[in-house]
Design a protein around this ligand. Structure first.
Ligand code: TYC
Length: 106
């Protein structure tokens, strides 16, 4: 809420609070399919989402067994950029791997 600061004799300045709201966040998800090799998915999670070998394996197995899994949570532009990078990387290697985003804020 802006605070009104009056500077005599009659000049009124609207002082805006310095802090800005955090940006809306989005979960980036990998979706399961029957064709993309497991090792390729692990490689994608390490290369584009900075996962360790162990974490990448855990996420890949969750996707394989449950249908989807979270790669990371990012502001919109970063989420969209990761999805584009993964899709291009998979497509050029002829894998049908799908990467999507959903709002993380409830
Ligand atoms: N289900 C795939 C297989 O059996 C592996 C896989 C895991 C594919 C995760 C996509 O996002 C994925 N080869």
């Amino acid at each position: 809420m802006p605070t009104k600061v009056t500077i005599p004799p009659d000049l009124v300045v609207e002082k805006q609070a310095a802090r800005t709201a955090p940006p809306p966040m989005y979960r980036v998800l990998l979706l399961n399919d029957d064709y993309t090799p497991m090792e390729f998915v692990v490689q994608v999670l390490q290369k584009f989402f900075g996962k360790s070998q162990d974490d990448a394996m855990r996420v890949m197995l969750q996707v394989h067994h449950e249908g989807k899994g979270v790669c990371g949570v990012y502001p919109y532009d970063i989420a969209a950029s990761r999805i584009g990078q993964v899709s291009q990387y998979a497509r050029t290697r002829q894998h049908p791997l799908q990467c999507v985003m959903e709002p993380a804020d409830d």
